[in-house]
Design a protein around this ligand. Structure first.
Ligand SMILES: Nc1ncnc2c1ncn2[C@@H]1O[C@H](COP(=O)(O)OP(=O)(O)OP(=O)(O)O)[C@@H](O)[C@H]1O
Length: 498
């Protein structure tokens, strides 16, 4: 691709952009939130059309008109949010819209056998007749890959494919990518996770502010070179938790938290000014704890006290009323109003408490607070008046976080706060969280990125299969110790103790 220009109203998303993918390679595409990665990939896969620029495939000039045309050219894209039908089987999803004709039973048998071949070729751990809705996120992603392959894709684009995967699943995905790459196929891998680039890519193309910056050979590059090119400045990564005194008041105390589906007898204590990390593998129950605490899911039993006083939190609005903020891990449910502007979204949660006097909303104050957040979190937007739906994924996440930072909560429960957020902005968020803790706010942070938890938490509570299996202070916590507790089967632990 060369000379690519793409604009949206008020935004120059890409200018004079270029990119080349060789046969047999995995090319990583990196850049800050809003740098233009998704836009570039959407041009390549025919979702948007460029204002200017040329595409060449095997030296021949092409122009993907629409997604179907791109697919015919052998270009497939797997988005962060999958395009799968949960009620259909794996085989039906792979061949959706292309089912063989003929009698129903025969048709299903042929579908299953064709899907079976694909699955075997890729060595996937799913069966053709499984219903997609019952699969894990990692397995659903495998179905997406099988689907892309069934179109004889030669170029496979993966947009942040590991955002919802655990370490073992990431390794399995990287294996799969390696198997997919043949001399005449290639993969473009968009990710914010620097350590994965080293593991999976051959070359790394860096873009910044919609422009091409550089392409490096992964084997020869250091990650700090990549990061410096990405953010255009040196990054300091020295923040970590400041000490919290042991004698600080307990703000939130939870005992015997149980839910119907998963949680068994969870006990948690959160002190003032503390960042408490919640660790565990996917499905361990971390998100369930967060949701139960803010009343987003029903609990079967729990005793919750806030500064020693028993409280009952029956829904997230209730929680907010008690000064408990909750940032969901789910992008689609971040609590953003996509059709409203950045400023309204940031101010929304605090209208009554911060931005209202004599019944009038102080619009100027809301805008000033929004501008401050835009600056401190480096939210990439033409102004605070831009509609949130026009922001890139990572920038939407920042707006969601800003909403809670502005609201001035006593307790902040944040689930995967830096998912999809670029390295530079991560540092800003860590700094802000630390400042909040210093001011005496208390934070529960759920994250599947262990290095992030180890760096940020004063204490780490580890869960497995719906129970708390261990607790580690910042001094004693290591990756190995956390993993030990995270993989402990609570039953066997009890057997050990006996
Ligand atoms: N439909 C649209 N209308 C207006 N602006 C848009 C639209 N789509 C993208 N943009 C803008 O184009 C720029 C590039 O966005 P893009 O989604 O490509 O970034 P990205 O590099 O993928 O970011 P992230 O890492 O956050 O996913 C951003 O400033 C974004 O706000």
């Amino acid at each position: 691709m060369r000379g690519i220009v793409k604009g949206f109203p008020g935004v120059r998303a890409l200018q004079d952009m270029r990119l080349s993918l060789a046969g047999g390679e995995v090319l990583a595409l990196v850049g800050e939130n809003g740098a233009g990665k998704s836009t570039l990939m959407k041009l390549l896969s025919g979702i948007h059309t460029p204002d200017e620029g040329e595409f060449f495939l095997d030296g021949r000039r092409v122009r993907p008109r629409d997604p179907r045309h791109a697919q015919e050219l052998g270009i497939s894209i797997i988005h962060q949010e999958f395009n799968l039908m949960p009620d259909l089987t794996v085989a039906q999803n792979i061949f959706i819209g292309r089912e063989p004709r003929g009698r129903f039973l025969l048709r299903d048998r042929e579908l299953n056998s064709r899907a079976g071949e694909l699955i075997e070729r890729l060595g996937l751990s799913v069966r053709p007749e499984q219903t997609v809705g019952t699969l894990t996120v990692a397995q659903q992603q495998m179905v997406e890959i099988a689907k892309a392959l069934s179109y004889d894709a030669r170029i496979l684009i993966m947009d942040e494919p590991t955002a919802a995967l655990n370490d073992a699943e990431v390794a399995a995905l990287h294996d799969l990518i390696r198997r997919f790459v043949q001399p005449d196929t290639g993969v473009i891998y968009v990710s914010h996770r620097m350590n994965e680039l080293e593991a999976v890519s051959d070359r790394i193309t860096v873009i910044r502010d919609g422009r091409y910056v550089d392409t490096l050979n992964t084997a020869e590059a250091t990650m700090s070179q990549v990061i410096t090119r990405m953010v255009g400045r040196e990054l300091t990564t020295d923040v970590g938790p400041e000490d919290v005194r042991e004698d600080r008041e307990t703000v939130l105390n939870v005992t015997g938290l149980c839910t119907k589906s998963l949680l068994r007898d969870v006990n948690l204590r959160l002190r003032q000014g503390e960042i408490l990390g919640l660790a565990g593998l996917m499905g361990a129950g971390r998100t369930e704890v967060a949701r139960a605490l803010v009343g987003a899911d029903p609990v079967t039993s729990a005793e919750v006290t806030l500064r020693g006083r028993p409280v009952r939190v029956s829904n997230p609005a209730d929680a907010a009323g008690h000064g408990i903020g909750y940032l969901s891990e789910d992008r689609k449910q971040l609590g953003l109003l996509l059709d409203q502007d950045v400023s309204s979204n940031i101010g929304l949660g605090s209208l009554r408490t911060r931005f209202q006097s004599f019944g009038f909303v102080r619009d100027k104050a809301v805008r000033a607070a929004a501008r401050e957040s835009v600056e401190s979190l480096r939210i990439r937007t033409p102004s605070e008046n831009q509609l949130v739906k026009h922001l890139s994924g990572g920038n939407q996440q920042k707006v969601a976080l800003a909403k809670w930072l502005v609201k001035d909560c006593e307790i902040l429960i944040i689930d995967e706060p830096t998912r999809g957020i670029d390295v530079g902005a991560k540092e800003e968020i860590y700094r802000l969280l630390n400042d909040l803790a210093q001011e005496g706010k208390s934070i529960i942070m759920v994250s599947s990125e262990l290095p992030e938890l180890l760096r940020m938490s004063h204490r780490i509570v580890v869960m497995s299969e719906g129970r708390v299996t261990g607790e580690l202070s910042a001094e004693e916590a290591t990756q190995e110790k956390v993993m030990h507790y995270a993989t402990l089967r609570p039953e066997s632990e009890r057997a050990d103790a006996a």
